[in-house]
Design a protein around this ligand. Structure first.
Ligand SMILES: Cc1cc2nc3c(=O)[nH]c(=O)nc-3n(C[C@H](O)[C@H](O)[C@H](O)COP(=O)(O)OP(=O)(O)OC[C@H]3O[C@@H](n4cnc5c(N)ncnc54)[C@H](O)[C@@H]3O)c2cc1C
Length: 459
């Protein structure tokens, strides 16, 4: 009889930098570190890179421009990935993608210059870029717990079909989205918005094909006067069709509109509409229920599209996401906690490793139809290096959705371009720290910024 061996089966894999999680943040962290000449091992529980961008079917990449839509400000590795996807025909360059079109679900404010892309193209590009950079990738491997010597991380216990094993790293980067590494290393965190006792809802993304884009666009244009705008933002495309369906008893969901985002191929669209309240992504029972509910809602929305939406009569469900989309879970506490006010008042701290202008846009916290949107007052804000440094633990960096920010600020910087920029910064910082023989916390942030600038970041 085969038995599970709970003692590690091997302790032979090691690298200078150990990246846990290969989503938008992790893939950029791994490439950036490897390009600095250190060895990198990336551990990912799925079978491809990209996380929410590939297995999660989330798209488009939200804006990488300043608030006025004039200058591309998230550059560096993000821009290289976009350029290479455009060259392969699997993304549209954001410079050519404007707000108020099908690519933004006809939303205007905060949505200029998004990047529509094909998840399959991103998967392939990431395989190639990991190979080029010399990153060793371990798919189908789950992070279980950190290996620590006092307050210093030295590796991770991971699990796969091989069994449990230890992988070693001199610096670890937590790119799990949920902050699994930091939380299990004892770093304090906030789950959602603890003061309000609320968390943003989850969404099951799905892609559809066979859409007659011209007929759909004609219906939108004929009803543009019907769009409901709040603070200049349209959250209710197709709400006239939802109202019709509701009147016919065909709309049991609480949503009042549809988020329908055109992809590079005109007949393929990405649907961001289901809402699942109160999901805890660190709890497998909660996640399981959310997946089932998400697919149930996707089926209802698909039937609605076929019956009520011009241009979608012959559309087909291409795929639901491999896993439900999680907007919010743990916000790990770092040396600095970014606040929504920092973003709105367009603060650019001296140790900023990234500039971004994504709006403070909190979805559905108070119910499936709620939206809290606050425009920023300047052209962009900075994300400080200190937000990537978890308190109380050495040799660990954070990047992506789990970085140190309050729940409302996280509602802005959690989108994929900033997550990719934070990944590049964390990977670069890890490698520079190793090369200098210091901890990431001891690394001079100005030195890091200079290196990021040399690597085409915009600071
Ligand atoms: C409903 C919804 C709509 C969104 N809309 C947009 C949008 O339109 N545009 C946009 O730019 N952004 C959007 N986002 C935000 C964006 O998709 C995520 O916030 C972003 O992908 C986070 O990147 P990340 O790398 O931090 O995490 P993730 O994308 O979640 O990647 C984390 C990776 O870590 C892996 N992992 C997790 N735990 C472990 C573990 N224990 N062991 C090993 N591997 C692990 C996962 O498999 C995954 O590959 C949306 C998100 C949601 C949920």
């Amino acid at each position: 009889m085969e038995q599970i061996n709970l003692t590690p089966v091997r302790d032979t894999l090691s690298a200078d930098v150990l990246v846990i999680g290969g989503g938008p943040a992790g893939m950029c962290a791994a490439i950036a570190a490897a390009r600095e000449g250190v060895s990198v091992l990336l551990v990912e529980q799925g079978g491809c890179l990209g996380g929410s961008a590939t297995r999660g079917l989330v798209g488009p990449f939200m804006t990488c421009y300043d608030r006025k839509g004039e200058t591309m400000i998230i550059r560096g590795l993000f821009e290289e990935i976009v350029d290479r996807m455009v060259a392969r025909g699997c993304a549209l360059h954001p410079s050519a993608v404007r707000a108020g079109t099908g690519f933004t679900s006809w939303i205007v404010v905060g949505h200029d210059h998004v990047t529509p892309f094909e998840p399959e193209g991103l998967k392939r590009l990431m395989d190639d870029m990991m190979e080029e950079a010399g990153v060793k990738v371990l798919f189908h491997t789950d992070f279980l717990q950190p290996v620590m010597e006092g307050e210093t991380l030295t590796g991770a216990v991971v699990s796969s079909k091989r069994g449990i094993e230890i992988v070693r790293g001199r610096v670890l980067i937590d790119c799990t989205g949920d902050g699994d590494v930091a939380a299990r290393a004892g770093v304090p965190f906030e789950m959602g918005n603890e003061a309000l006792g609320l968390i943003q809802p989850a969404t099951m993304f799905f892609h559809i094909c066979g859409v007659d884009a011209a007929a759909l666009e004609a219906d939108i244009q004929a009803n543009l006067h019907n769009f409901y705008r709040k603070d200049g933002v349209n959250y209710r495309s197709l709400h006239w069709r939802v109202s019709e369906a509701r009147a016919q008893g065909d709309w049991p969901l609480q949503r009042v509109s549809i988020g329908l985002f055109r992809m590079p191929q005109p007949d393929e669209w990405c649907v961001n509409t289901s809402r699942i309240m109160g999901v805890d992504s660190t709890d497998n029972e909660s996640l399981t229920a959310a997946e089932v509910e998400g697919r149930r809602q996707a089926e209802i929305i698909m039937q609605f599209l076929n019956k009520y939406v011009p241009g979608c009569q012959n559309a087909r469900l291409k795929s639901t996401a491999t896993y439900v989309g999680i907007r919010e879970s743990r916000h790990i506490r770092g040396d600095y906690r970014l606040t929504a006010q920092d973003l709105i008042s367009a603060q650019v701290p001296e140790d900023s490793i990234l500039l971004a202008a994504n709006s403070v846009d909190v979805h559905g916290r108070f119910g499936p139809t709620s939206n809290e949107y606050t425009p920023i007052e300047g052209d962009y804000y900075g994300i400080p290096y200190r937000c990537l440094l978890p308190i109380g633990v050495e040799n660990l960096l954070l990047a992506g959705r789990c970085v140190s920010a309050d729940s409302t600020a996280a509602g802005a910087i959690r989108v994929m371009p900033p997550c990719m920029g934070m990944g590049q910064a964390a990977g670069t910082a890890a490698a520079l720290a190793i090369r200098q023989g210091v901890t990431p916390r001891q690394l001079d942030a100005q030195f890091l910024r200079r290196r990021l600038l040399e690597n085409k970041a915009y600071l």
